[in-house]
Design a protein around this ligand. Structure first.
Ligand code: HEM
Length: 401
């Protein structure tokens, strides 16, 4: 397929003046052509773009779409993207997806996640104490937003305390946009080897953690040791940068909307709804969820044929004025806030969402309680936003307090 002048290129770049809103082109498309073609890979692929909330939900909830990246029409982020092992089950359809996901569902039940809350609160407290001992300005991403979720994942997986520095260093390199391809491949390989070793260590000396329980499932023949290591690596990648970016962007957003700060300092219900509204407003997975039709299906009055790719920019759907009143306002009191699509929808809906919520509900009130004079140390125009990545965020955030 080739691009034509009427098919706009799919872009992630936002104007500097509105870095927290989706690119303006998409609001116009949602209004005028809610199901339309866009071009990817310099026009070599022209998947559909589905921008309305209702249509986005219909695609994500439909069994007519696949996440398998090996379909020729799969609108992957980069041309020739790898499918990855089955432990990275987001790229697999049922039954493999369901079988892999099932090995972890109990880990993210509310009760399990609630048991992690004291550890999250303790890590938050320690990191904020260390931050305030620095002489400002300091980088909020390096000193707080990035290490916090990484330490929480260490806790979840059961990485022994003395091995945190190695583990964090490798994960930091892997997610570092400034790292060379070679450096991030080496970090990925190091983590893979480390996790496989950890699976075997936990078998000999079990703990109360995810890797121990995955090793037990390998003993029962449900999965292999390699699956256990891959599933652990997938949790690290899925839950590390996402939460880190949400922490940094939520902090910027609240500082830009100071009248909403009392909501994040309110009671548990107010905190919870403020976090949901921040998830909707920021919708950091802004590269669009990606699917390929495996049957012909009609979405928003348009027939999508089997084999065609679809991009679902949930950040655009979450600003649909037909579903969310005044969608560009941050309003923690909106009635339907919980119906946002920031965690996706359907069988691939974010498995880690209870943990992500717990982290944000603990961390954000604590940041504003402990640092009441928190300020961004540079003008908004100088903040380096990560534009061209699948998950939106900031590279660094200099702050004073
Ligand atoms: C899937 C967002 C944090 C684990 C997803 C999807 C989204 C998402 C949009 C769906 C992808 C799709 O349908 O193609 C987020 C956001 C987070 C976050 C915004 C933070 C605020 C986490 C955490 C974990 C996690 C903390 C675990 C530690 C997963 C997994 C999947 C997933 C395992 C794949 C689910 C499946 O395919 O069945 N996430 N996520 N996420 N997320 Fe998250």
């Amino acid at each position: 397929m080739t691009s034509s002048p009427t098919v706009p290129a799919f872009t992630l770049t936002r104007p500097q003046a509105a870095p927290l809103d989706p690119p303006p082109l998409y609001a116009q498309l949602r209004e005028e052509q809610p199901v339309t073609r866009v071009s990817l890979w310099e026009g070599r692929l022209t998947p559909w773009l589905v921008t309305r909330w209702e249509d986005a939900r219909a695609v994500l909830g439909s069994p007519a779409f696949s996440t398998d990246q090996t379909h020729p029409g799969a609108p992957t982020f980069n041309e020739g993207a790898q499918q990855g092992p089955r432990g990275f089950f987001q790229n697999y359809d049922d039954p493999i997806h369901a079988a892999m996901r099932r090995t972890l569902t109990r880990e993210f039940m509310i009760k399990r996640v609630d048991a992690l809350r004291p550890a999250i609160a303790h890590l938050t407290d320690e990191l904020l104490t260390d931050l305030t001992e620095l002489s400002g300005p300091a980088d909020f991403v390096e000193h707080f937003a990035l290490p916090l979720p990484s330490l929480v994942i260490c806790e979840l997986l059961g990485v022994p305390y003395e091995e945190h520095p190695f583990f964090q260093e490798q994960s930091r390199t892997f997610v570092d946009l400034n790292a060379t391809g070679e450096e991030s491949a080496r970090a990925f390989a190091n983590l893979g080897e480390y996790l496989l070793r950890l699976v075997r260590t936990k078998r000999a000396t079990p703990g109360d953690d995810v890797v121990t329980r995955l090793a037990a499932q390998a003993d029962d023949g449900v999965i292999t040791d390699q699956d256990a290591a891959d599933l652990s690596a997938f949790l690290l990648f899925a839950g590390h940068e996402t939460t880190a970016n949400m922490i940094a962007l939520s902090t910027i957003t609240l500082l830009n909307n100071p009248d909403q700060i009392p909501h994040i300092l309110g009671g548990p219900d107010q905190v919870a709804s403020t976090v949901e509204e921040l998830l909707r407003y920021l919708t950091i997975v802004h590269g669009g969820l990606r699917r390929t039709a495996i049957d012909d299906v009609t979405i928003g009055g348009v027939t999508i044929h089997a084999g065609e790719g679809v991009i679902i920019p949930v950040n655009v759907a979450n600003r649909d004025p037909e579903f969310f009143t005044n969608p560009d306002d941050l309003d923690p009191e909106r009635a339907n806030v919980r119906q946002h699509l920031a965690f996706g929808y359907g069988i691939h809906q974010c498995l880690g969402q209870p943990l992500a919520r717990a982290e944000l509900q603990i961390v954000l009130p604590e940041v504003f309680r402990r640092l009441p004079s928190l300020k961004i140390a540079v003008p908004m125009e100088e903040i380096a936003f990560k534009q061209a990545t699948a998950v939106y965020g900031v590279r660094e955030l200099p702050v004073t307090w």
